[in-house]
Design a protein around this ligand. Structure first.
Ligand code: CA2
Length: 145
């Protein structure tokens, strides 16, 4: 069976490509999902993509990934900086995961400098725009036995 990754995008990332192009570029959510899926396919992986504005929906998807995914690529959006619950879900399922940020969070407001995932993510890709999703897929797959 073809191995699978889960791609999660968190709150407000459905707005990609519609506003703030100076911060987030012009790629849409559909574009980043395609970029990630193509990178996964090149590595012999399927990819299931979900975006949600609701923390609990993201947590349920992380739990469900235990059944059929080998790893998770996640841009948690603003939940990066606030959510112990998301961290607990990711550590709880014990799947390797990549944390992606389109913008360079360390060049922005101080409140974006802290990530609740930084010390438990297997891979972190920050500030590389939409292409960062492809890099995250490649680096994550390289860690999966
Ligand atoms: O740089 C990233 O990918 C972020 O995870 C994006 C989050 C932000 O809270 C993080 O600090 C960094 C916000 C996503 C909002 O996306 C929008 C896209 C277009 C227009 C408005 C919001």
């Amino acid at each position: 069976m073809t191995p699978r990754l889960l791609l999660l995008n968190g709150p407000n990332l459905n707005l990609l490509g519609t506003r703030e192009p100076d911060v987030y570029g012009t790629a849409t959510l559909a574009d980043v999902e395609r970029i990630a899926a193509e990178a996964a396919a090149a590595e012999g992986y399927d990819l299931r993509a979900l975006q949600s504005n609701h923390e609990g929906v993201l947590i349920d998807a992380i739990h469900d990934a235990r059944a059929d995914c080998r790893g998770i690529v996640i841009n948690p959006g603003g939940l990066t900086h606030t959510s112990v619950a998301l961290r607990d879900a990711l550590t709880g399922v014990a799947l390797p995961f990549a944390e992606v940020h389109i913008s360079d969070v360390y060049a922005r407001e101080a409140f974006r400098h802290h990530s609740f995932l930084h010390d438990v993510a297997a891979v972190r890709v920050i500030g590389q725009g939409a292409a960062g999703y492809a890099e995250a897929v490649r680096r994550l797959v390289a860690l999966i036995p």
